[in-house]
Design a protein around this ligand. Structure first.
Ligand code: FES
Length: 163
């Protein structure tokens, strides 16, 4: 004779199956949430640890660049360019001297700008001032001069290279 399950027994078994399914779902949900949290927490750490290395490698890969037609830059003016991933200034001073300087402030790393009318390089973050003839820090909090690049004026432009 075949045994038949009582309705109460069937309900208990269904309840157990639903309970296992809910428990499994809850575990998957908790696992997924944990994974998301780990990625969200880990990504900034990854960026902090590896980005400077990648940037340094990218910057050191660039040894020299040609700024086409930059030799036509008028006296008393400047132009921004990128040396690798870094912003930089090429300045043609009033006394007809040229200089190429890194545009990253030596205080806390803001980008500096050349102010033609005031004949200075200025950092708006904390009021740092640099001499546009030498890149020397002359006022405000910057602790050292801007890094200077070597330049060579040619008929096709200005060649900028690491000093
Ligand atoms: S970052 Fe330039 S003066 Fe502070």
């Amino acid at each position: 004779m075949k045994s038949q399950a009582k309705p109460e027994q069937i309900n208990q078994e269904q309840g157990a199956t639903e309970s296992v399914t809910r428990r499994t779902f809850a575990r998957i949900a908790v696992g997924a949430a944990g994974l998301c949290y780990a990625v969200m927490a880990g990504y900034p750490i990854y960026k902090y640890l590896y980005t400077p290395v990648e940037k340094a490698a990218k910057e050191s890969a660039v040894k020299e660049i040609l700024l086409k037609d930059a030799h036509k830059l008028p006296v008393g003016s400047g132009m921004v360019f990128k040396f690798g991933s870094r912003p930089a200034w090429l300045i043609h001073n009033d006394d007809n001297t040229w200089i190429a300087l890194d545009a990253v402030c030596t205080h806390l790393g803001c980008t500096v700008k050349y102010e033609q009318e005031k004949k200075r390089i200025y950092c708006e973050c904390h009021g740092g001032v640099y001499d546009p003839h030498s890149g020397k820090n002359i006022a405000g909090p910057p602790p050292k001069p801007l890094k200077q690049y070597k330049i060579q004026i040619t008929d096709s432009g200005v060649i900028v290279s690491r000093a």
